[in-house]
Design a protein around this ligand. Structure first.
Ligand SMILES: *Cc1c(COP(=O)(O)O)cnc(C)c1O
Length: 366
């Protein structure tokens, strides 16, 4: 049975992507060095950053590269303002504090977007702030923060923006030639539809050049990692060779699909089938639709009837659909992802499976 992961990652991958992992590459083989170079160029191209930025992949999950970016870019004299409206914003602030850095936060409720005007006020009030970190799509809820507006506020205040674009990269528009972002962070296993095992930073070259010996960590040091690639095309430490090969294959498929705009259109079509079907089955969407990105949808339990998430999860898993057990901190809810190598047809089958469960045992399942 084909397994469909409707989570925020790891995600469903295509067969061609999984098949790209069948070779045992040596890390210093010329062919693997060429694959790494293609990876770095394709990542830059997705964000249109060829002129200004460099791509620095790093072993590990997305959080590893977020931590490496904070360690490398926020030195002891810098001050980081983190814009928080969910768990991933909280995580960036926690990383900064763990490194003993000067961290300030601005916090919004989980169902409200970052407000550019409040960011502008905070920057005007505190000249010590050097960098601002924001989550593009806050995966806690699926909320889209206003990137162009916040980037402009940060630029006009003369500060640097660090963007966690983990959930959005490859689908939602990020154009470094028109939007001022110092550092974009993402990973292999979300909108790029690769397999899990590496994150990457797309960093303003001039900024990264100044970051030598800033990171207190040996392995989580993006300056040293970048210098390694520039010196001989090789990874500093053992590369996740199969993950690299799969991600290059997935990036070729992204291009063949028509690039991020075509991918976004597919995710939007997935989202529309999902949310339309869930609404007919009585599950309200948690967010105001105006704030929602078609990446992951948060639903409230159905009104006026008992709801058992564990039973729903298990019944869907038995039918090949893995939904996401995480929930919001404050309100009863559950999430279903719309991204990965999945199509509207898969969501029609999901909704059919849920309707069948509804009529089979309305009291226990949904
Ligand atoms: C997935 C994700 C991360 C990284 O999570 P990992 O589990 O470390 O891969 C960071 N930020 C956001 C917004 C994410 O969606």
């Amino acid at each position: 049975m084909r397994r469909i992961l409707l989570t925020p990652g790891p995600l469903t991958t295509s067969e061609a992507t999984r098949r790209a992992m069948l070779t045992d590459w040596g890390s210093r083989e010329p062919d693997f060095i060429a694959l790494t170079e293609e990876l770095r160029q394709r990542l830059l191209a997705v964000a249109n950053g060829d002129e200004s930025h460099v791509a620095v992949p790093l072993q590990g999950s997305g959080t590893f590269v977020v931590e490496a970016a904070i360690a490398t870019l926020i030195g002891p004299k810098a001050k980081l303002l983190v814009l928080i409206n969910g768990a991933y914003g909280e995580r960036i602030a926690a990383i900064g504090r763990r490194y003993g850095r000067d961290v300030e936060t601005l916090v919004w409720p989980e169902d409200a977007a970052v407000e550019p005007a409040r960011v502008a006020e905070a920057l005007a009030a505190d000249p010590a702030i050097t960098h601002v970190a924001m989550i593009h799509v806050e995966t806690t809820t699926g909320l889209l923060n206003p990137l162009p507006e916040v980037a402009e506020v940060v630029r006009s205040a003369g500060r640097r923006l660090i963007l966690d674009a983990m959930a959005s990269f490859g689908a939602l528009p990020i154009d470094l030639s028109t939007t001022p972002i110092a550092c974009v962070l993402a990973s292999s296993n979300k909108g790029l539809e690769g397999t899990p095992g590496l994150g990457f930073a797309i960093i303003d070259r001039a900024l990264l050049e100044q970051a030598q010996d800033v990171s207190p960590s040996l392995s989580l040091d993006l300056h040293a990692q970048w210098r390694g690639f520039e010196a001989n095309g090789q990874w500093r430490f053992t590369p996740p060779v199969q993950v690299v090969a799969a991600l290059v294959e997935a990036l070729r498929q992204l291009e063949a699909e028509g690039g991020p705009s075509a991918r976004l259109a597919r995710y939007q079509a997935n989202f529309n089938v999902l949310v339309g079907g869930m609404s007919r089955l009585g599950y309200p969407l948690y967010l105001d639709p105006a704030l929602q990105a078609p990446i992951i949808a948060t639903f409230r339990p159905p009104l006026g009837r008992p709801f058992d998430f564990e039973a729903l999860y298990a019944a869907l898993a038995a039918r090949g659909f893995i939904i996401y057990p995480g929930k919001l901190t404050r309100e009863p809810s559950f999430r279903i992802g719309c991204i990965g190598a999945v199509k509207p047809e898969d969501f029609r089958r999901l909704i059919d499976a849920m309707s069948a469960l509804n009529s089979a045992s309305p009291a226990t399942v949904a």
